[in-house]
Design a protein around this ligand. Structure first.
Ligand code: NDP
Ligand code: 8X3
Length: 254
């Protein structure tokens, strides 16, 4: 039976690459994000390149009414969701905690924690009713260790780590798998967003290394999704070869 995946943050980076690999493998998609023109463009490309159904839903994960209305708008299609990829997220700023921008803190907490919870709360009852499902939460190496200036971003990703563990326990008897994907440095729009659109500053974290790509992570997500039914990948950490953990990076030619 053809499966359906609901992907948050499909307009860019890891989410977009995940949409591509899932569509290539015949999974129907519900792609979401705030930038409607990018969603439309992606839907048109995916439906033209692959034999899959793609629906686009434009909403902000921080707004629980928007989340619930968008998911309600799916009507009968909502019952078909087999896979939820909780990917939408961001870092804003890189400062010592005593200098942190409180608006940035709220943006990260509202998106990375509360947004993930709003979407999950709307979709999990459907999976429970169906007696099947697979949730993939995109956490981070920043959810395993904190690093200097990472304070609030790292806290939000530690929360995602805890939510994944909690989901795995609470959904165990419901036949729903939960996988936590923890990437290190992936070159997407992430750093541009973190540095508020400053493209030169955004390149600094990747100087002297070959970072991961969105596609590298999407391949791992597909591997986790494509295991036999009795196999669950709980937790996986993926870094570039040049990165040992959140704060140990080997840079060449600097
Ligand atoms: P991108 O900035 O390229 O993509 C982020 C995606 O999240 C976009 O599609 C964006 O869509 C969506 N998004 C952001 N805020 C909201 C919101 N309020 N409502 C709805 N959608 C939103 O970054 P990545 O692909 O790198 O990031 C994806 C996830 O991976 C994030 O959770 C990030 O924390 C995590 N991650 C990233 C790493 C990296 O090094 N890049 C490493 C480890 C984890 P739109 O703007 O259209 O709303
Ligand atoms: C994103 C990776 O190292 O910028 O989660 O925190 S890092």
């Amino acid at each position: 039976m053809t499966k359906t995946a609901f992907i948050t943050g499909a307009t860019s980076g890891i989410g977009k690459a995940t949409a591509q690999i899932l569509a290539k493998n015949g999974i129907n998609l519900i792609i979401t994000g705030r930038r409607s023109s990018l969603l439309k463009k992606l839907r048109e490309q995916l439906t033209s390149d692959y034999s899959v159904e793609v629906q686009e839903l434009c909403f902000d994960v921080r707004n629980k009414e928007e989340v619930n209305n968008a998911i309600n708008d799916l009507g009968n299609h909502v019952g078909k969701i087999d896979i939820l990829v909780n990917n939408a997220g961001l870092a804003a700023g890189l400062d010592h905690i005593q200098d942190g921008n409180i608006d940035n803190w709220e943006r990260m907490i509202d998106t990375n924690i509360k947004g993930l919870l709003y979407v999950s709360r709307a979709i999990l009852p459907i999976m429970v009713k169906n007696g099947r499902g697979h949730v993939v939460n995109i956490a981070s190496t920043a959810g395993k260790e904190v690093y200097e200036n990472g304070n609030v971003y790292c806290s939000t990703k530690h929360a995602v780590d805890a939510i994944s563990k909690a989901m795995r326990i609470d959904l165990l008897a419901e036949g729903i798998k939960v996988t936590s994907i923890n990437p290190g440095m992936v070159e997407t729009e992430f750093s541009i967003v973190r540095f508020d659109g400053d493209k030169e500053k955004a390149k600094i974290p990747y100087k002297g290394i070959k970072p991961l790509s969105g596609e590298d992570i999407a391949e791992i997500i597909w591997f986790a999704l494509n295991r036999p039914d009795h196999v669950n990948i709980n937790d996986i950490i993926i870094t570039p070869k040049a990165q040992a953990n959140s704060f140990t990076v080997h840079r060449k030619n600097l």
